[in-house]
Design a protein around this ligand. Structure first.
Ligand code: TRP
Length: 456
């Protein structure tokens, strides 16, 4: 049924909060089924609620293998609480052993929001990266770059553009004939952002995880599709075990032994297949059945758990043969904290959020006026209880300011039962928020000398 289908518009102002529907429709995996060592506050509280192939990243971290984290920021307006959530996650992956790359989407911001490149640069540095340092991101293994300055990102975007078309973009983003072409280009550049850290000049082949708000998932769907379309070898489940197939494409026909007249050169083909077998021979399978004529290699004893390591070996082989060898990115998705007015949080509407630069007075005012989950009168509140799921003060303690899970659970319970009043909840949130903000502002001063290191 067409009408039941959600589309996610990354540039739109509407936001779906039907998270289970999003998981189902877009094929995300729920985070509930994954055991995460030392889960972060956002993971423990279900705020990060879904992922794609996060297992690959956790496995790399567990083994001490290299992996990367990539995310991006749109330089427009000031950094607010919502933006800090991504940095929390980046920090968590950094502490788990990941190297960090952050894209400043100055091209996207210029094209879709009219922010000049110079202004984008200033905003990124003063409004965002200054707070990244204050929030504890380590500049030692973090690189922040500008889309407009990394040619490879644009080049990759251009190359990948060959693997998609307007119909696919229409299906993913809901575009139509009146769509501005900047909105067609931006996702391709973003695909370049996401995939380029795997290139040899930027750290080489390794899994990359992209922590984002769920509004960015269309870009990940597109990017994952593009990456897999470039792959020269694919791994699928067979009746018995796993099967490797070959993908003949315009740019690998010659290497794969297709002659100009369309015939297959048997010697070349044989050689390719022996290289495939060779590339996975060290993985310890008892039986590898190569069938160059069919164009397949079968590994009867391989299970889905082996898919990742086989894939990596084949991507390495592809690179040695001249291909891009791109691994599909992993991703995690977080829920959005409700805006303070009850609507969506937005940097262009200061009343909907706390900016990281807000002082105590401003924070107090905004929280006092914030949307409450309390009842109209005290008498009713005591009798019926409040709704912590709608109460901004409670929600912000949960998302941002309160570390202690047990205390938070107690607050939730007491609010629901009417023991804690809406005003009391707000006061608690004000106290925590003011402490958090003034602490952050001190840290910002203390870490300001680090800001330039993020750009090197
Ligand atoms: N489009 C993102 C936004 O609107 C910014 C961005 C650009 C990004 N490149 C990225 C996010 C790569 C994640 C990964 O905020």
């Amino acid at each position: 049924m067409m009408n039941d289908k959600l589309t996610i518009d990354p540039w739109g102002s509407a936001q779906s909060t039907d998270y289970s529907k999003i998981i189902e429709q877009f094929g995300l995996s729920s985070l509930d089924n994954l055991v995460i060592p030392n889960p972060s506050r956002l993971q423990r509280r279900g705020i990060i609620f879904a992922h794609r192939e996060l297992d690959t990243i956790l496995e790399a971290s567990r083994k001490g293998d290299p992996f990367g984290v990539l995310t991006g920021l749109m330089p427009s307006g000031k950094m607010h609480l919502g933006h800090s959530m991504v940095i929390d996650q980046v920090k968590w992956f950094q502490e788990a052993g990941g190297d960090v790359t952050i894209a400043v989407a100055d091209l996207e911001s210029n094209a879709t929001r009219g922010v000049s490149l110079e202004e984008g640069r200033r905003i990124a540095k003063q409004e965002y990266v200054a707070y990244y340092a204050a929030l504890g991101l380590n500049p030692e293994n973090t690189t922040v770059y500008f889309q407009s300055e990394r040619n490879i990102v644009q080049k990759l975007g251009f190359q990948l553009g060959k693997r998609t078309n307007l119909s696919e973009l229409e299906a993913i983003y809901g575009f139509d004939g009146s769509t501005n072409l900047a909105h067609v280009q931006a996702p391709l550049v973003q695909a370049g952002d996401i995939l380029h850290p795997q290139l040899d000049e930027y750290g080489g082949l390794r899994p990359i995880v992209v922590p984002v708000g769920v509004d960015q998932d269309p870009h990940l769907r597109l990017t994952r599709g593009l990456a897999s379309k470039t792959n020269w070898f694919n791994v699928t489940q067979a009746k018995m075990g796993l099967q490797i197939g070959v993908s003949i494409q315009e740019d690998n026909r010659k290497v794969m032994g297709i002659e100009p007249n369309g015939r297959v050169n048997k010697d070349v083909r044989k050689n390719i297949f022996s290289q495939v077998v060779q590339s996975i021979s060290s993985l310890g399978f008892s039986d590898i059945i190569s069938n160059p004529k069919h164009g397949t290699v079968n590994i009867p004893s391989a299970t889905l758990r082996d898919k990742g390591s086989i894939k990596m070996a084949l991507l390495r082989l592809e690179r040695s043969m001249g291909g891009l060898g791109l691994l599909s990115p992993s991703s995690t998705y977080h829920r959005f904290a409700v805006g303070m007015t009850g609507d969506k949080m937005s940097s262009s509407k200061p009343k909907t959020t706390l900016f990281l630069s807000d002082n105590s007075e401003t924070a107090e005012k905004k929280i006092k006026k914030s949307f409450s989950g309390g009842q109209a009168t005290i008498e009713e509140h005591r009798r019926l209880g409040g709704d912590p799921d709608k109460d901004v003060a409670f929600q912000y303690m949960m998302y941002f300011f309160e570390e202690d899970d047990a205390f938070l659970a107690e607050l939730n319970q007491s609010y629901r039962s009417g023991k804690i009043l809406a005003g009391e909840m707000k006061q608690m949130c004000i106290d925590r928020a003011c402490e958090w903000l003034s602490n952050l502002s001190e840290l910002k001063d203390q870490t300001s000398h680090l800001v330039d290191n993020f750009f090197q």
